[in-house]
Design a protein around this ligand. Structure first.
Ligand code: BT5
Length: 279
């Protein structure tokens, strides 16, 4: 036979608007799907669509981004076809400071989906990373348009390294990043994983809208609580004990002078290992 045989794994890996809707079984998330082979940023597209009145639950999906974004203007890197690059438009009943709850439910939903589809264990790293072991496998970027103190709409973007070798990523990410295929030693079909994620996200979003807080479950998945950490907050570098996180996702950091610092946004740059002293 000439040509490349499209085996079951390969065809389930292919993304399309119809393919994602097929057998999805949600009532809200993914009822409207926009798919691009290549786009600037799915979050940018979702914001544009939301501003023009796109319905809640609209999903924006791409196989490649030319300007994929992380927080604070950072880049999200993904070779074409290697990843899940998705953004969901939501119109939650939340006050502005509660927006991080969307990052919590997206992280929990994706962790649950990865575990169900692959058996891999996933932890979450404050404020918005998904980890396998100590390496970053995915990240979440939740953005909101505000009217006063209320969220008019939110876009929850998620990038997940599915089938990639971290050596394909720029320099330093070789050591800090991983992918599902690297952790498993085999490729993973993206479509079933995406559908499982969307179902989990819908369930968790409905609970959130009904007033159920994801905080406790999020805390139980966080990688570094109770440990000494180094946190970058803009130009400032803070060292302390990661004592907890509050309901809105801020990190509670106990500093060396005994005071408690509430860190609303920042990055944990390292987790200090305790070195057991020798007798
Ligand atoms: C994030 O930001 O981790 C959120 C990433 C969200 C990306 C999705 S993709 C779909 C949607 N559309 C978008 O335009 N964005 C969202 P942050 O915590 O700021 O982390 C960014 C940092 O992660 C970068 O500065 C790199 O160090 C690292 N990084 C970039 N690409 C990576 C990758 N593929 N795997 C692991 N780490 C990566």
């Amino acid at each position: 036979m000439d040509g490349v045989e499209v085996g079951p794994v390969l065809s389930l890996d292919m993304l399309s608007a119809d393919g994602v809707r097929d057998g999805l079984g949600t009532a809200l998330i993914g009822q409207t799907v926009f798919y691009w082979r290549s786009v600037g940023s799915t979050n940018e597209e979702a914001r544009r669509l939301a501003g023009r009145g796109a319905p809640e639950g609209t999903l924006v999906l791409a196989d490649h981004q030319t300007a994929g974004r992380g927080r604070l203007g950072r880049r999200w890197e993904a070779p074409p076809g290697s990843s899940l690059l998705v953004s969901v438009i939501l119109r939650p009943h939340l006050a502005a400071p509660q927006i991080h709850r969307l990052t919590m439910i997206a992280g929990l939903a994706m962790a649950e989906a990865i575990e169900a589809e692959t058996g891999l264990s996933v932890t979450l790293k404050w404020p918005n990373d998904l980890l396998i072991g100590e390496a970053k496998v995915g990240g979440i970027l939740a953005e909101a348009a505000l009217v006063g103190d209320r969220v008019e709409y939110a876009v929850v973007g998620l990038g997940l390294n599915v089938n990639l070798d971290p050596a394909q990523l720029p320099g330093p990410l070789l050591v800090t990043a991983t992918s599902l295929s690297q952790a498993l030693g085999r490729r993973v079909a993206r479509r079933p994983l995406l559908q499982t994620f969307l179902r989990a996200l819908e369930r968790r979003y409905r609970q959130l809208q009904a007033g159920v807080s994801p905080h406790q479950e999020w805390v139980s998945r966080l990688a570094m609580l109770g440990q000494p950490v180094v946190v970058a907050v803009g130009e400032e570098v803070l060292e302390g004990l990661a004592e907890g996180v509050d309901e809105d996702g801020a990190l509670l950091l106990r500093l060396a002078d005994g005071s408690l610092r509430v860190v609303v946004a920042g990055d944990v740059v390292s987790v200090r290992r305790r070195v057991a002293s020798l007798p």
